[in-house]
Design a protein around this ligand. Structure first.
Ligand SMILES: O=C(O)CCC(=O)C(=O)O
Ligand SMILES: [Fe+2]
Length: 260
């Protein structure tokens, strides 16, 4: 059995709903634990585990999901999320600005199925929130016909270096009829996945309305997590949109993989 703690720090941003944090010591890494976690991830769409800081978290994530590592920028299989000097004003994993709602790797024809974040060094001020919201809930909101049309409209998503591009709608479905959400407020409204936060021009004005709707849903419905030492978060990146608030502690350091 898996032990769960009641002192959760995963909360619904707009309500008191909270979900227990799973404490997973290495002696619990059994096949049946993996199967249980796989089931929770499949139904809930996310998992928040607390691991010892020296845990083999990448092996654990591949075992739980049954998925393989997915190439990130420059052929890397692993990346760091931490502010880098001179990039602080950017709204991305190497900046310290807030990152608005997005899915990772929207420029791939099939984006990574899971995003996995492991917390190496938490934000010592405890202020940064990682946010994630279920697209199933967006689809239950009252969307106008125009909103629905805009969700289905093919648009261009590009990589940071502009080399990889895909033209696809925000909302799509897989052959198995599962949601495939592809989104980046930065790309759609600011024209780049990692925009300078000082730039305020609207790149795609006709899509502003649907982005505002998504933002409204996201900040209303999102789960909010404060990542601590050894926190491991797995998020279904086809079904959830995520983002984070501004980083003030420059030492905050996460490690990230994608699985697909
Ligand atoms: O910093 C975080 O909590 C999330 C970062 C993120 O979403 C990203 O780097 O794409
Ligand atoms: Fe992300």
């Amino acid at each position: 059995m898996i032990t769960t703690s009641n002192t959760s720090n995963t909360t619904h941003s707009n309500s008191s709903h909270s979900s227990p944090l799973t404490i997973l010591n290495e002696h619990l890494w059994t096949r049946s634990t993996m199967a249980q976690l796989n089931q929770v991830l499949d139904q809930q769409g996310w998992l928040h585990l607390k691991l010892p800081s020296d845990a083999q978290w990448m092996a654990l994530a591949t075992q739980i999901t049954g998925c393989h590592l997915f190439e990130q920028q420059n052929g890397m299989l692993f990346d760091h999320v931490h502010p880098i000097e001179k990039k602080e004003h950017l709204s991305d994993s190497n900046g310290s600005a807030a990152i608005p709602p997005h899915t990772d790797g929207p420029h791939f024809s099939t984006p990574p199925k899971y995003l996995v974040l492991f917390c190496r060094t938490p934000d010592k001020l405890g202020l940064v929130k990682t946010l994630f919201a279920d697209v199933h809930e967006l689809l239950q909101w009252e969307l106008t016909e125009k909103d629905q049309k805009l969700l289905m409209k093919p648009i261009q998503f590009m990589s940071k270096d502009g080399q990889t591009k895909v033209i696809a709608p925000i909302l799509n479905f897989t052959a198995l009829n599962q949601i495939l959400f592809r989104y980046s407020e930065n790309i759609i409204l600011r024209g780049h996945p990692s925009p300078d936060t000082h730039v305020s021009s609207v790149y795609n004005p006709h899509l502003k309305e649907i982005c505002d709707r998504i933002s409204q849903w996201f900040y209303h419905e999102a789960y909010s997590v404060t990542l601590d030492h050894g926190s491991l978060v797995l998020i279904n990146n086809h079904r959830f949109c995520h983002g984070r608030t501004q980083v003030f502690d420059k030492k905050r350091h996460l490690e990230r993989i994608w699985l697909g």
